[in-house]
Write a protein of this length. Structure first.
Length: 628
């Protein structure tokens, strides 16, 4: 009797659990899911919208690109060009946030250009040679802009590489020390361009060798097995291109037939995960597909088409976050759908349809996703409310930064400053420990309490022994461990080097000349570099100017070999006549050895009043941007 009651109880519990949806739905290659995509429960972490829709402008239809750079998260938007008269500026805009929640604009719409040349959308970001690059598209000739400090942007190309039919730069990637761009030409199809420096007039087309005839685009790049791969979609069967080195004439098509099905015409993002190269795809008959290879020759499909729903036509985003592979399906009916897998074969839903809003239809391939402060961000297209940016919430998390290397004289103490950030959604405390070192190392605190998204700093002092030999090193690993979840840790490696004979030195970037209107201002950017072999502090002083000159920093401390960018703002007097000029010498002096100095001369030229010159806005803008 007891066994029978027990079995009946188990059966009742199982039926209740099934009715409540407490189960994990999986899909594996070659087997059908138990439920169609529309019937599946929302097996999902929590998500939080971290921007106001459209960043406060309903006309901003999409958060189309997201990237982490120099301690900020950057978001680019799609804002269709407004043809109405009197609308001076519109188009793409860039915002940034220090914490992923609070945002400020760092460009004006369309980079300040008027309708005929304003880019509607930021299509991708990439970091290359300490600068952040942005590519544009969806109308007008494609453009590339870049910034070193995140707030001053300079154009690298605004002409579609001298071809107005190059209307979209859909993807950017860094490979083999060069920056590559996937370009959509509305006449000749897809192209790939590259540059060794990213500078204007340094770009060259490297693929294809023979121009195509069908409109096509690169939907994603990935480096796998030492080669650069490009996913190409068009009305023809989907293709995958590959090159070892990225040189012109060194590209081969390793998939040319839609993975064996001519109805597979669309591609999505690409990512490398657990030894495989994955690429999203779309089949006009069977729905979304996900393909992978471990050698570039043999490909296998790893999901049921459309995750069991043929209405899911294409996988757009393919991205790796915290040892899981995430993909997205564009769905204009119920909204974007995210799936994730820890092995590439077994899948679970990772969000509610459309993040709870069916108007969030999709994301721009893998270009609008990012890992920032150990959070996963996804930008969406929403033509009703404005583009949205969503962050996956985690109860506990921590980021400790940066890894660093400092040098100091023997017998002295060097001090590192580390930043710790609570990346969880719960208030948490973190234990801090040092390990692995032989030199005496002291932390300013062993415990830090932080609210969600809060950030704090602490110091690590390393005493260099008097007996240390010249260039002797010692490594300390600083580890922060969450008390809320001890599995959440992060570490920073600090490498200290002894200097028996300290050397001091300083260098400033070169002389410059800018022009601007009377009553206006120009902004110079000057890099100061510590050319010595020890930490040093430098005093910056403007000398000889008669026009008001303000430095963003007058005292700069730098580790050996490190540099910092300083801005110098010069105000041109309202009474300055055209071609009147003023010079200021910016001098940097080492405090370690006051005989070590360097200087640059900045020459500012007045162009007179704006109503006295032709095209004043263009002249003013070019003078400011030319500081890069």
């Amino acid at each position: 009797m007891n066994q029978k009651i027990f079995k009946i109880g188990i059966l009742i519990i199982a039926l209740l659990a099934l009715a409540a949806g407490f189960f994990l739905v999986v899909s594996k290659p070659g087997s059908a899911s138990s439920f169609s995509d529309g019937d599946q429960p929302q097996v999902t972490p929590d998500w939080q919208q971290v921007n106001s829709s459209g960043f406060g402008d309903q006309q901003v239809e999409e958060v189309s690109a997201v990237e982490s750079f120099n301690g900020y998260l950057y978001a680019g938007t799609f804002n269709p060009i407004n043809p109405l008269p009197g609308q001076l500026y519109d188009g793409a805009q860039v915002f940034r946030s220090p914490d992923g929640v609070n945002w400020s604009a760092v460009t004006v719409p369309g980079f300040g250009n008027t309708h005929d040349i304003a880019p509607p959308a930021i299509l991708d970001f990439v970091v290359f040679n300490t600068r952040l690059y942005a590519s544009t598209g969806r109308g007008n000739a494609s453009q590339i802009w870049r910034t070193q400090n995140g707030t001053i942007w300079a154009p690298m190309d605004v002409t579609g590489f001298s071809d107005p039919d190059n209307v979209d730069i859909t993807s950017l990637v860094v490979y083999s020390g060069k920056i590559f761009a996937g370009v959509a030409n509305q006449v000749n199809g897809v192209q790939i361009w590259r540059s060794f420096t990213g500078d204007n007039n340094t770009w060259e087309k490297v693929a294809p060798a023979v121009p195509g005839t069908d409109p096509a685009s690169v939907t994603g790049f990935a480096v796998f097995g030492g080669a650069l791969h490009a996913a190409v979609d068009s009305d023809a069967p989907a293709q995958i291109w590959r090159s070892y080195g990225g040189e012109a004439g060194n590209w081969t098509t390793i998939v040319s037939d839609g993975f064996g099905n001519s109805d597979t015409t669309a591609t999505g993002g690409m990512a490398v995960f657990a030894g495989y190269l994955y690429v999203g795809a779309g089949n006009t008959v069977n729905g979304a597909q996900l393909w992978r290879t471990n050698d570039g020759a043999m490909w296998e499909q790893v999901i049921n088409p459309g995750f069991g729903d043929p209405n899911n036509q294409k996988i757009d985003m393919v991205y790796v976050f915290q040892n899981q592979l995430y993909v997205s399906v564009n769905d204009a009916g119920t909204g974007i759908k995210l799936w994730r897998s820890s092995d590439g074969s077994t899948w679970e839903r990772a969000n509610q349809d459309g993040f709870g809003d069916s108007n969030n239809s999709g994301t721009n391939y893998s270009n609008a996703v990012a890992n920032f402060l150990n959070h996963f961000y996804v930008g969406t297209a929403n033509s009703i409310d404005g583009g949205e940016l969503w962050r996956m919430q985690q109860p506990y998390g921590v980021v400790l930064s940066p890894d660093n290397s400092l040098s100091g004289p023997v017998g002295q103490t060097i001090t590192y400053t580390l930043a710790i950030t609570n990346t969880g959604v719960m208030t948490d405390s973190y234990d801090l420990i040092a390990s692995g070192q032989t030199w005496n190392t002291t932390l300013s605190t062993s415990l830090i309490n932080l609210a969600p998204s809060a950030r704090a700093t602490f110091d690590v002092a390393v005493a260099i022994p008097s007996s240390a030999a010249d260039q002797e090193t010692d490594t300390t690993t600083i580890t922060a461990t969450s008390q809320g979840d001890s599995s959440k840790t992060d570490s920073a490696a600090l490498i200290s080097t002894s200097i028996a004979a300290p050397v001091y030195g300083v260098s400033l970037s070169g002389d410059e000349s800018l022009s601007g209107p009377a009553g206006g201002q120009v902004i110079y950017t000057v890099s100061i570099t510590n050319t010595g072999n020890v930490v040093d502090t430098f005093d910056l002083l403007p000398i000889g100017s008669s026009w008001m000159t303000v430095l963003s920093s007058q005292v700069v401390t730098l580790a050996a070999g490190h540099y910092q960018v300083v801005t110098i703002t010069v105000w041109i007097p309202p009474t300055a006549a055209a071609l009147e000029s003023d010079q200021v010498t910016i001098q940097a002096t080492s405090r370690g050895d006051v005989t070590k100095k360097d200087a640059v001369v900045l020459t500012t030229v007045s162009i007179g009043h704006l109503n006295e010159v032709f095209l004043p806005c263009v002249m003013n803008k070019i003078s400011v941007l030319s500081s890069h």
